[in-house]
Ligand binder design. Structure first.
Ligand SMILES: Nc1nc2c(c(=O)[nH]1)N[C@H]1C(S)=C(S)[C@@H](COP(=O)(O)OP(=O)(O)OC[C@H]3O[C@@H](n4cnc5c(=O)[nH]c(N)nc54)[C@H](O)[C@@H]3O)O[C@H]1N2
Ligand SMILES: Nc1nc2c(c(=O)[nH]1)N[C@H]1C(S)=C(S)[C@@H](COP(=O)(O)OP(=O)(O)OC[C@H]3O[C@@H](n4cnc5c(=O)[nH]c(N)nc54)[C@H](O)[C@@H]3O)O[C@H]1N2
Ligand SMILES: [Mo]
Length: 748
C-alpha cells in the first residue's frame, strides 16, 4: 500500500502524503536508520531499553513515560535519536588527518554529523588547518589557561543544551558560579523561555501543571502550535487513546500536520493490518502565523459573554479579571478575524467545546513561544484556563511541550542567568563559595556580548549554538572572534569549525552509554515535561576508551580553570550519589533524592497549581491583560520556521520530511495556493525571500501546502539567515523564529 501519491507536475521530490502518522512508514524508517547507523552491531538491543525502568531515558524528547513501563514504547524518532548516538561510525584522529577544517566547512550539517562519533579530545591547529588529537591533560590545561587569562569572569559564557543530565548540569552551574559568572545562555532561551517567564507571573511556576494520567480524565484537549507526530511522537498514543474515548481534540496550527490528524499505532497489530487508523483532531483550525493571541482573545470574549466562568474559583484564587474583561470588551471581532485568519464561527465552535467541558488540557509548543509576543501568548493560554478554573483538578491544566529530554531539569538544578538569592545562598553554604549576585546573559545577550568583543570564551555543554541561533553571519563571526571555544560533544558540528584563538573539541558519552567512575557504574537523573524526576541508566559500550562522561569533563575543566577551587570535584565525580546529595542540599524539593529516585518511575517535583497553591507575590493566580492597538494596516506575509520529520534540531538525519511529502530536499518554501495565485507565482517556481531589512534567502522552490493564508513555512536552520538577532520577545528573550515578515518574488 503506497502512502504517497505523485500526481503530474509536482516539483522534484514533492508528492502528497496520504497515509496516517506512524504505520508501516514509521517501521520502515526505523529499519533504515538501524541499517545505516548501526550496521550489524549487537547494540541494536539498546532500542528495547529505551524508557524502561532500568534502561535509559530517550534523548529524543521530554514527553513522559507511563509510570510503570512494561512494554516497549515504540517511537520512530526516538529510534533515530538513539541510532544516531549508537552509530558504529567514528570521526577519529585519522578522519581529521584526512580532512582540513576548510574542507569540512564545505560539508553539509547532515554530512558533518553523519560522519560519526568523536573518540578523542582535539584542538584546532591553525598552521595545518586541522583538528589534532591532544591528551585530556593538555586539553584541560589549555582551556584552563585561557580561562585564567580572562580579564574577568563575566567574559565567559557557559552554554548548556537540554540534553545534559541533572548531575552534569548541576556541576556545570557550580563551575560557572565558583568561577564568578551567571552567564548561562541555554537552549531553553530559544525554546520555552516564554513559559519560564510568563507562567510564574500567571500561576506561580514556570512549568506545566498536568501529569500523563490527567490525559485519561480530560474531556477536551487543545493542541496549539506544536507538531507531536514529529517532535513528541509518543504523545500520539496518548492523543489516540483520548480520541477513542470520544474526547474532542481541537488543533490550532497554520499547517495541516498529519501527526495531528491520523495515527496508526505501530504497537497495535490489528490496526497495522487493517486499513484503519485513529483520527486525532476533531477540529483543525488553520490559524494565521502569529494569530494565536487574537484567537485566544476571541475565545475568552465568548466565555466571558456567556458567563461560563468558574466564579467560586475566580473569587477564591485569582486577581486581575477586571482588566482582562476591559481588554476583551475593547477587542473587536473584525480585528480578531483579520489577525487570526479564522472566522467568528470557527472561534465560536472552539469556545463551545471549551465551555461544555469540565476538564480541559491546553498543550502548546514553539508555535506559541517563538514570537515577539511569546510570553503574552503563554499568559493568554493561562488566562483562558483560569476563567474556568482549569487548575488543581484531575484532567485539567496547562501542558507546554518541552524540547530536549532534560531541558526542564537543567533549569531546575540551576542553569539560569537569573538565579534567586535563596538558591545562591544555599549553593554558597553547600560548597563554601561566593556566587556572583548580578544576573548573567541569556542566549541573545551572550551572542551580543561576543559580537561586541565583551565576552571572550564560550564553553558549550552540548549544542550547536551558532547554527541554532538567528543570523548565522553575525553568530559565526562572534564565535570566530573568541579567545576560547570549548565544545563538549558527542558529534562534531559546524560550531566547532568556527575556530577561535584556542578551540577544543571534547568527546563525551551519550545517554545510552555505560558510565564507569571510581565507585563503579554510574547513572544519572532527568526531569520530564511533567516534572517527573527519574533515573536513566546507559548500558552500551563507550565509542572509544578516551571518551569521558559529561560530569568528568566539567570537573576536569573546573579544576584547570580554578586551581584554588573550594569544591572536591574528584569526590563528586567518583560517585554521582554525592552530586545528588548536593542537589538535595541546594533544592529542598529534592528531599531524600537518592532514595526516592531509585523507586521505579521516580518522583514528582512540587507543582503548586496542582493543589491550587500560587507562588505569586499576591498568593493568587493572576489574569494578565495584554491590550493591543487595532489598526487597518495591510498584514505582511509571515514566514515560520519548522522542523522536518528527519531532523533533531540542527542534526539533520536525512533530507526527507515524510509527513509533508518531501523527499531528498530541504530547499523549499511551503505556501498557500491562493496566495501564490495572487502573487502571480506557482508551485515549482524558484523564489527569493526577502525581509524588510534586506535579508534574503535565495533560490528556494515553492511548494503548495495546506497552510493558512498569508503564511509561509521553511525549514530551520536553513532559514535562520532571515531572522535578525534583535527580533526577540522582550519579556523572555526568545528569538522570533516563527513570525518573520517577508516578501517573495521570482528568483533573480
Ligand atoms: N524528532 C525531533 N524531536 C524533537 C526535536 C527535533 O528537532 N526533532 N526538537 C526538540 C526541541 S528542542 C523542541 S523545542 C521541540 C519542538 O517541538 P514543536 O513545538 O512541535 O516544534 P516546531 O517543529 O518548531 O513547530 C511546531 C509547530 O508550530 C506550528 N506553528 C508555526 N508557527 C505557528 C504560529 O504562529 N501559531 C501556531 N498555532 N502554530 C505555529 C508549525 O506549523 C509546527 O507544526 O521538539 C523536541 N523534539
Ligand atoms: N529558526 C529556528 N531556529 C531554531 C529553532 C526553531 O524552531 N527555528 N528552535 C530552537 C530550539 S527550540 C532549540 S532547543 C535550538 C537547539 O539547537 P541545537 O543546538 O542544534 O540543539 P542540540 O540538539 O542540543 O545540539 C546538537 C549537538 O549536540 C551534541 N550532542 C548530542 N547528544 C549529546 C550529549 O548527550 N551530550 C553532549 N554534550 N552533546 C550532545 C551533538 O554533538 C550535536 O551536534 O535551536 C533553536 N533554533
Ligand atoms: Mo528546544
Amino acid at each position: 500500500m503506497s502512502e504517497t501519491r505523485d500526481p503530474e507536475n509536482r516539483p522534484e521530490g514533492i508528492s502528497d502524503y496520504t497515509g496516517p502518522a506512524g504505520g508501516w512508514g514509521a517501521l520502515r524508517a526505523v529499519a533504515r536508520t538501524v541499517r545505516e547507523q548501526m550496521k550489524a552491531s549487537p547494540d541494536t538491543r539498546a532500542l528495547l531499553q529505551m524508557n524502561q525502568p532500568d534502561g535509559f531515558d530517550c534523548p529524543g524528547c521530554a514527553w513522559p513515560d507511563p509510570r510503570h513501563t512494561s512494554s516497549f514504547e515504540f517511537c520512530e524518532n526516538g529510534a533515530k535519536a538513539v541510532t544516531w548516538e549508537a552509530t558504529v561510525k567514528r570521526v577519529d584522529p585519522d578522519f581529521f588527518a584526512r580532512h582540513t577544517a576548510t574542507e569540512l566547512w564545505s560539508w553539509s550539517d547532515h554530512q558533518l554529523e553523519d560522519a560519526g562519533r568523536l573518540t578523542e579530545p582535539l584542538r584546532y591547529d591553525a598552521e595545518t588547518d586541522r583538528f589534532v588529537p591532544v591528551t585530556w591533560d593538555e586539553a584541560f590545561a589549555r582551556a584552563g589557561a585561557s580561562m585564567q587569562a580572562l580579564a574577568h569572569a563575566d567574559q565567559a559564557e557557559f552554554y548548556c543544551s537540554g540534553r545534559a543530565s541533572n548531575e552534569a548540569a548541576f556541576l556545570y552551574q557550580l563551575f560557572a558560579r565558583e568561577f564568578g559568572t551567571n552567564n548561562f545562555p541555554d537552549c531553553s532561551n530559544m525554546c520555552h523561555e516564554a513559559t519560564s517567564t510568563g507562567l510564574p507571573k500567571s500561576i506561580g511556576i514556570g512549568k506545566g501543571t498536568v501529569t500523563l494520567e490527567d490525559f485519561d480524565h480530560a474531556d477536551a484537549i487543545f493542541c496549539i502550535g506544536h507538531n507531536p507526530g514529529t517532535n513528541h511522537p509518543r504523545m500520539l498514543g496518548t492523543l489516540a487513546a483520548a480520541s477513542k474515548r470520544g474526547v474532542p481534540i481541537i488543533v490550532a496550527n497554520p499547517m495541516r500536520e498529519r501527526g495531528l490528524e491520523r495515527f496508526k499505532s505501530p504497537q497495535h497489530p490489528t490496526e497495522m493490518l487493517s486499513p484503519h487508523s485513529t483520527p486525532l483532531a476533531s477540529a483543525y483550525h488553520q490559524v494565521r502565523i502569529g494569530g494565536d493571541m487574537a484567537m485566544l482573545k476571541g475565545m475568552m470574549k465568548l466565555v466571558v459573554e456567556a458567563d461560563a466562568l468558574d466564579h467560586a474559583f475566580i473569587a477564591q484564587h485569582t486577581e486581575g479579571l477586571d482588566a482582562l474583561r476591559a481588554d476583551l470588551d475593547a477587542t473587536s471581532w473584525n480585528w480578531i478575524e483579520v489577525e487570526s485568519g479564522l472566522t467568528r464561527d470557527a472561534i465560536e465552535s472552539m469556545a463551545q467545546v471549551y465551555m461544555k467541558a469540565e476538564r480541559v488540557i491546553v498543550c502548546y509548543g514553539m508555535g506559541i513561544t517563538q514570537h515577539k509576543h511569546g510570553t503574552q501568548n503563554v499568559q493568554a493560554i493561562a488566562n483562558l484556563l483560569l476563567l474556568r478554573g482549569m487548575f488543581g483538578k484531575e484532567g485539567a491544566g496547562i501542558c507546554p511541550l518541552r524540547g530536549h529530554s532534560n531541558v526542564q531539569g537543567d533549569r531546575t538544578v540551576g542553569i539560569t542567568e537569573l538565579p534567586t538569592e535563596d538558591m545562591l545562598e544555599r549553593l554558597d553554604a553547600a560548597f563554601g563559595i561566593a556566587s556572583p549576585r548580578h544576573h548573567g546573559h541569556n542566549a541573545v545577550e551572550a551572542l551580543a556580548a561576543m559580537r561586541a568583543g565583551h565576552s571572550k570564551a564560550l564553553i558549550s555543554l552540548g549544542g550547536n549554538l551558532a547554527v541554532a541561533m538567528p543570523d548565522p553571519e553575525a553568530c559565526f563571526a562572534a564565535v570566530r572572534g573568541l579567545d576560547l571555544s570549548v565544545n563538549i560533544l558527542t558529534k562534531f558540528n559546524r560550531t566547532c569549525l568556527l575556530t577561535a584563538k584556542e578551540t577544543l573539541v571534547l568527546p563525551c558519552l551519550g545517554r545510552t552509554e555505560l558510565d564507569v567512575q571510581d565507585a563503579g557504574p554510574q547513572w544519572v537523573t532527568v526531569e520530564d515535561s511533567m516534572s517527573m524526576v527519574h533515573a536513566s541508566r546507559g548500558k552500551l559500550k563507550a565509542p572509544g576508551p578516551e571518551v569521558r562522561s559529561e560530569p568528568a569533563i566539567v570537573a576536569g575543566l573546573a579544576q584547570a580553570a580554578m586551581p584554588h577551587t573550594r569544591v572536591d570535584w574528584t569526590a563528586l565525580v567518583a560517585d554521582y550519589d554525592r552530586i545528588r546529595d548536593r542537589i538535595e542540599a541546594v533544592y529542598p524539593d529534592f528531599r531524600d533524592f537518592n532514595r526516592r529516585v531509585r523507586e521505579p518511575g521516580g518522583f514528582r517535583l512540587t507543582i503548586g497549581p496542582a493543589t491550587r497553591t500560587w507562588k505569586t507575590p499576591s498568593g493568587k493566580a493572576q489574569f494578565i491583560a495584554h491590550p493591543h492597538v487595532e489598526d487597518q494596516a495591510e498584514r505582511p506575509l509571515l514566514l515560520t520556521t519548522i522542523r522536518s520529520h528527519d531532523q533533531y534540531n540542527t542534526t539533520i538525519y536525512s533530507l526527507d520530511d515524510r509527513y509533508r511529502g518531501v523527499t531528498g530536499r530541504r530547499d523549499v518554501i511551503f505556501a498557500n495556493e491562493v496566495d501564490l495565485a495572487m502573487l502571480g507565482l506557482a508551485e515549482g517556481d524558484k523564489v527569493d525571500v526577502t525581509t524588510p531589512a534586506g535579508r534574503t534567502l535565495k533560490g528556494f522552490t515553492l511548494v503548495r501546502h495546506a497552510i493558512a493564508r498569508g503564511s509561509l513555512a521553511a525549514y530551520y536552520p536553513e532559514a535562520n539567515c532571515l531572522v535578525p538577532l534583535e527580533d526577540y520577545d522582550p519579556a523572555s528573550g526568545t528569538p522570533a523564529y516563527k513570525s518573520i515578515p517577508v516578501t517573495i518574488c521570482a528568483a533573480a
